[in-house]
Design a protein around this ligand. Structure first.
Ligand SMILES: [Ca+2]
Ligand SMILES: [Ca+2]
Ligand SMILES: [Ca+2]
Ligand SMILES: [Ca+2]
Length: 400
């Protein structure tokens, strides 16, 4: 049987290919500090082209203004002069944001970053999610003002840096351009989630197998839980195991496995053509948790992975079948729309917005022919080629 891994998963696993960090970065402190950085900016901050680029925040801890002209920022310990700052002032007790986009430019366009208008400046390098070197270097190209020797693995839409109490850690609420709050610890890193059994055929399959690759971050892994949901019914859960007992293949390899039987979990509610969704949550022995999908934005992010049970009545169809699930069908028939899930081409897209297309009338009676817009989340990178703004992409389908 085909064993698809959802595209958004592939994307995450590529970006988050994890090296578990052991130990915290060392740093030397001068007057200026790399107060905060973000290696996977999903919805935190746009640049002047509406791209969600990586960014670095520099804070002036001193009591005099500093012009950064001639200073350097680098992600390479063997090339401290990698990127040179243009003239850029940082006021005392203030911070500025640089995009680490590889675009290497300083624009005169002003954008509004939180409350502070800025003219965006871009480095010639990006920041890696599996953690890397990041240093602010003085104009002599030798003296390191502040460095993260090896930043730990980075998680989408979290940032990392120096908390208001001086402790280094993650921020669940990034603050580009304004002072940082208290930094925290993230739960065990869920690198990848895989649907081992593919689209179930309910005439033959009575269960599904899901695996999750999980790495320790700050503290030992205490628990990995699979949450599952059928259509829009309530969530249930199963503990995932890494004990080498079937279906888990090998004990202690960091790949956690769970099987859930449709009848035992969902009762008799599972119908052919029905939607089955799941998410994974990790927890360390201090109670720090992390989930995948990250669901970092309830209006622009997948909440679950998912699939649709095979429907033999459409198996021979030559038409492309779009499976569309919406909790509130009447809502989709309005301009404001309703959130739902779609599967086509063996790809599942969760928590997308479905709304009435263009000039169609909303007074069409009971699910007639019509046209709706599917607004995909910006994390659905398989469709990104057709994105035109940072707001995700939109496709129109004629249904009926
Ligand atoms: Ca990045
Ligand atoms: Ca880099
Ligand atoms: Ca900040
Ligand atoms: Ca295992």
């Amino acid at each position: 049987m085909k064993q698809p891994t959802l595209h958004s998963l592939k994307h995450l696993s590529l970006l988050m290919l994890g090296v578990c960090l052991i130990g915290w970065p060392s740093s030397t402190m001068g007057q200026l500090q790399i107060a905060e950085f973000q290696s996977e900016n999903l919805n935190t901050l746009d640049d002047e082209q509406f791209n969600s680029e990586d960014w670095v925040e520099i804070r002036n801890m001193g009591d005099a203004k500093v012009n950064l002209e001639g200073w350097f920022l680098t992600d390479d310990p063997n090339n401290l002069g990698k990127w040179e700052f243009p003239s850029l002032e940082v006021n005392a007790d203030d911070e500025i944001v640089i995009f680490a986009s590889e675009k290497n430019r300083h624009t005169q366009l002003t954008i509004f970053q939180r409350s502070n208008p800025i003219k965006p400046t871009h480095t010639n390098f990006k920041l890696d999610n599996d953690g890397e070197y990041l240093a602010l270097v003085r104009p002599d190209e030798v003296t390191i003002e502040h460095v993260y020797d090896v930043a730990p693995v980075q998680i989408g839409d979290r940032s990392y840096g120096v908390g208001s109490d001086g402790e280094i850690g993650y921020f669940s609420e990034p603050t580009p351009g304004i002072p940082n709050g208290v930094a925290g610890v993230i739960g065990p890193h869920i690198v990848d989630v895989t649907n081992v059994t593919g689209r179930p055929n309910l005439d033959e399959d009575s269960e599904m197998v899901i695996t999750a690759t999980v790495n320790e971050t700050a503290h030992p892994i205490a628990k990995v839980t699979l949450f599952h949901r059928f259509d829009f019914r309530s969530e249930s859960s199963t503990t995932m195991q890494d004990d080498g007992q079937a279906p888990d293949k090998e004990a202690g390899d960091g790949i956690y496995t769970a099987t859930f039987g449709f009848a035992s979990i969902f009762g008799s509610q599972v119908d052919k053509g029905g939607m089955i969704r799941w998410r994974v949550e990790s927890e360390d022995d201090q109670g720090n948790t992390l989930r995948l999908p990250l669901f970092h934005d309830e209006d622009d992010a997948d909440e679950y992975f998912g699939t649709v049970a095979q429907d033999p009545s459409t198996a021979d169809s030559k038409l492309q079948i779009v499976h569309w699930f919406v909790e509130n069908p009447n809502g989709a028939d309005t301009r404001n729309g309703a959130r739902g899930s779609v599967m086509f081409n063996d790809e599942f897209y969760d928590n997308i917005l479905v709304d009435l297309h263009g000039q169609s009338t909303s007074n069409r009676g009971n699910f007639p022919q019509g046209s709706w817009d599917f607004d995909f989340n910006s994390g659905n990178r398989s469709l990104e080629g057709r994105r035109t703004t940072g707001e995700g992409c939109e496709h129109s389908y004629q249904l009926g």
